[in-house]
Write a protein that binds this ligand. Structure first.
Ligand SMILES: [Zn+2]
Length: 265
C-alpha cells in the first residue's frame, strides 16, 4: 500500500551500503519505520529529508514491516535544532522519549502535534528547559502516568500545602504525606507550573520566566515520575546532563568576573 503522510524523523540510523532507516512519528499512522535508500550519500535526493527532526510529507510503500521511501517533501527542516549543540541535545531527548516511552498505539496525532510544537518552541528560542518539561508532561499523560495534582491522592483534600508522592501518583496533603517518606516537597511556584503543564497544550506555550530554583524542582519531580514508572535509561538524557554540567562550569568563572566588576562600582 502506498502512503502519503506527514511525519517527523525521530530516529535516523545508518543501514547497509548508503541507506538509512528512519523512524517517523506520523500524524495518522503512529510510529512508522521506513528505509531511505541511498540517503547516507550527500547527493541523494533523500539525504536532507532523512535528517533527524525533519518534519515533512513522506510518500512510502509498505505492506508489512519496514516501508520504503519513494519521495519526500520537507515542510520544516528544523535545521537550527541540528546546528546548535544545546538545542540538538534537547530535541534528541524529546525525540527519544517518543521513540522509547510510547507504545505504538499511544503515538497518535495528539503527541505528533505536541512534538511539532516542542521543536518549534525550541527553534524559536523559548526556554528549552521549560519547553522540554512541558513536553515530558505530555508524554507522561499519553503513556498513562500523568500525576494527579489537584487533590490529595489519598483523601481527596483540596486545601493546604502538599508534597508530591511519585509512588502514589500525585499530591499528598499535610495529613497524608507521612505515608510516603520519599514524597517531594514543592514550592507554590513549582506546583502552580506543574498544574499548568497538566492543562496546557504545547501549541499554546508562551514565554514563561522560571527561576533556577523552581526549574530544579520541576526537573526533580518529572524525572522521578519517569524513573519510577518507566525506567527508560535514555542516552539522550545522559548527554543532556553532561552538557548541563559543562555549561555550569563554563558559566562559573564568568559569574566570578561579574562580581568583581560589581564590587568595583
Ligand atoms: Zn490527604
Amino acid at each position: 500500500m502506498l502512503y502519503r503522510i506527514e511525519g517527523i524523523v525521530i530516529r535516523s540510523t545508518d543501514y547497509g551500503e548508503g541507506n538509512k532507516i528512519l523512524t517517523l512519528l506520523t500524524d495518522k499512522a503512529g510510529k512508522v519505520g521506513i528505509i531511505a535508500r541511498g540517503a547516507k550519500k550527500a547527493r541523494s535526493r533523500h539525504s536532507s529529508i532523512a535528517q533527524p527532526f525533519t518534519y515533512g510529507e513522506f510518500v512510502f510503500f509498505r505492506s508489512s514491516g519496514l516501508g520504503t521511501l519513494n519521495a519526500g517533501e520537507i515542510i520544516e527542516s528544523f535545521h537550527r535544532l541540528r546546528e546548535d549543540l544545546d538545542l540538538a541535545a534537547y530535541a534528541s531527548y524529546a525525540a527519544e522519549l517518543c521513540d522509547r516511552a510510547l507504545q505504538d498505539d499511544e503515538a497518535g496525532e495528539f503527541i505528533f502535534q505536541q512534538l511539532k510544537a516542542c521543536f518549534m518552541g525550541l527553534a524559536e528560542g523559548k526556554d528549552p528547559e521549560v519547553t522540554v518539561n512541558l513536553f515530558e508532561m505530555k508524554i507522561l499523560e499519553t503513556a498513562g502516568y500523568a500525576p494527579e495534582l489537584d487533590v490529595c491522592v489519598s483523601c481527596g483534600n483540596e486545601e493546604g500545602p502538599v508534597r508530591i508522592s511519585v509512588q502514589a501518583g500525585g499530591t499528598l496533603c499535610r495529613r497524608c504525606w507521612s505515608r510516603d517518606a520519599s514524597a517531594l516537597p514543592v514550592s507554590d511556584g513549582a506546583l502552580k507550573l506543574l498544574r499548568l503543564f497538566r492543562r496546557l497544550d504545547m501549541r499554546r506555550l508562551g514565554s514563561i520566566q522560571v527561576s533556577v530554583e523552581t526549574k530544579k524542582q520541576l526537573k526533580a519531580v518529572l524525572r522521578s515520575f519517569f524513573d519510577t514508572h518507566m525506567d527508560l535509561r535514555l542516552k539522550s538524557r545522559a548527554f543532556l546532563d553532561q552538557l548541563d554540567r559543562m555549561n555550569q562550569q563554563a558559566d562559573a568563572p564568568l559569574r566570578e568576573r561579574r562580581s568583581l566588576y560589581d564590587d568595583g562600582k
